[in-house]
Design a protein around this ligand. Structure first.
Ligand code: NI
Length: 180
């Protein structure tokens, strides 16, 4: 299971519902949960690992700790009121941007046992994270919430950050190589 990063085309495709009782669900969820922790994320959607199904795992790392497994999540109510959300994404590493999202949402989904669940009036980080993961399922990234010029600037910044990161890593490796 590998993490797909911008601009991998799979990140821009719409995922399909997972069939109730899908025999691949348990393994997929287990592996995605392991990767969520390995990659130190708070949320991971299946399309980020190249599986175009509507599944996400979320652990906000807040007490009390809770792992949410969301299969086929659907926002059934959203507040008109929006709120600023400072976000990043495992698939767009290093970049952080402030966007606006619905402040409060009510979500219906199936859990890992395919039992119907509802989160009523989620707010704050949980609300933002669920909206972010559902965006992934619809082929959208958080930067798509920026204005057209804001998005272009963010992509430019992302590329600069990637280049800087690679230059730094090369610099760290170089002295060792010279001693050989
Ligand atoms: Ni993301």
């Amino acid at each position: 299971m590998e993490l797909l990063q911008y601009p991998n085309p799979a990140l821009f495709r719409r995922s399909v519902d997972m069939e109730v009782g899908d025999p691949t669900a348990a393994d997929l969820i287990k592996e995605m949960t392991e990767k969520l922790y390995e990659w130190s994320g708070i949320g991971l959607a299946a399309p980020q690992v190249g599986i175009l199904k509507r599944v996400a795992v979320i652990d906000l790392r807040e007490e009390p700790r809770r792992l949410y497994v969301l299969i086929n999540p659907r926002i059934i109510w959203r507040s008109v009121e929006t709120e600023e959300s400072g976000e990043g994404c495992l698939s767009v590493p290093l970049l952080r941007e402030t966007i606006f999202r619905h402040k409060t949402i009510t979500v219906e989904y199936l859990d890992e046992n395919f039992s119907p669940q509802t989160i009523q009036k989620a707010e704050g980080l949980l609300s933002f994270c669920i909206q972010h993961e559902i965006d992934h399922m619809n082929g959208h990234l958080f930067i798509d919430h920026l204005s057209k010029s804001g998005r272009s600037q963010a992509i430019k910044k992302f590329k600069e950050l990637q280049n800087e990161f690679m230059a730094q890593n090369t610099a760290e490796v170089a002295p060792e190589n010279e001693t050989l």
